[in-house]
Design a binder for this molecule. Structure first.
Ligand SMILES: O=C(O)CCC(=O)C(=O)O
Length: 199
């Protein structure tokens, strides 16, 4: 059972990684019970229509170095996603509308440092990331001095919540790594701005 959101916006058992004028980032390992996290990982790995995408990076087209999927939360959903979405909405206290899934097949998959597109998000709404499968490190870096940099091990069942403001002031990414690692799935819950609710 998950605990209700606290008035402070910090959920029970979480550690606060960032909390200043540039935003707030909370990390809660063990948000999902291990058995639920493992079952959701197996179901989603096999059951989701994963695809890759060609994206423009500067002057060339590159394939995303990971597989993707996405769902509107008010449409048909795999049961595992519906269950996690409910727990995340209760915990964070936000009315998430969409979830983007990332599948990092092994140590060669990654997401480059970036911030979420704020024009696609409801102003002020947080972003919540749930991790399943293998542990991968996330690097979070302040864009301006003081140049703070954090490395967080995102374990299966953990929840990371980034406030809207952090997307202005920090980049986040999952680097490739040298050490072999198995697959990882992340679920990124967002409140999309009404103008960008296209799926
Ligand atoms: O896999 C993660 O935890 C990060 C995903 C991410 O940054 C994104 O979907 O924009």
């Amino acid at each position: 059972m998950t605990s209700p959101p606290l008035q402070s916006g910090l959920f029970a058992g979480a550690s606060v990684l960032v909390d200043d004028a540039r935003g707030r980032i909370d990390h809660r390992p063990g948000f999902l019970p291990p058995a639920e996290a493992a079952a959701a990982f197996d179901t989603l790995l096999r059951g989701v229509p994963w695809h890759d995408e060609c994206r423009r990076m500067y002057d060339r087209e590159v394939m995303t170095p990971r597989l993707l999927a996405s769902f509107a939360l008010d449409g048909p959903l795999p049961g595992a996603i519906a269950s996690i979405a409910g727990a995340v909405a209760t915990e964070v206290g936000a009315a998430f509308t969409h979830v983007g899934l990332n599948l990092y097949r092994d140590e060669n998959d990654s997401v480059a440092p970036h911030n979420d597109h704020l024009d696609e998000l409801e102003a002020g709404a947080p972003i919540a990331l749930v991790s399943l499968g293998a542990t991968r490190d996330m690097i979070i870096r302040a864009k301006q001095p003081p140049r703070r940099s954090l490395r967080i091990a995102l374990e299966a069942g953990s929840l990371l919540v980034m406030s809207y403001a952090t997307q202005l002031h920090y980049d986040h990414g999952i680097p490739k790594q040298r050490v072999p690692v198995g697959p990882r799935i992340s679920l990124a819950f967002r409140v999309r701005a009404a103008s960008s609710r296209r799926y």
